[in-house]
Design a protein around this ligand. Structure first.
Ligand SMILES: [Zn+2]
Length: 77
């Protein structure tokens, strides 16, 4: 039986369908029993979907924005 920690470690492969059938089954078995991990997987899935919908340029824009905010914060301190 998978532990929660192992499930988290496998979660991105699980979501990308990179796991073997046996690994996938053990993830599914764990999810059937563990509400915490079900919620975790749901959130992962959601954020992956959001990231995929962003056009590439926009991600670069977010990067620049984050850097700009960090710079402003440094100057204020
Ligand atoms: Zn769990």
């Amino acid at each position: 039986m998978l532990t929660c920690k192992e499930l988290v470690a496998n979660s991105s492969d699980f979501l990308d369908s990179q796991l073997s059938l046996r690994q996938r089954l053990s993830v599914r078995a764990h999810l059937a029993m563990c509400r915490k991990c079900r919620r975790f997987i749901r959130q992962m899935r959601l954020s992956q979907a959001v990231l995929r919908q962003l056009p590439e340029g926009q991600i670069a824009g977010l990067d620049a924005l984050a850097q700009e905010l960090a710079r402003q914060r440094r100057e204020r301190l």
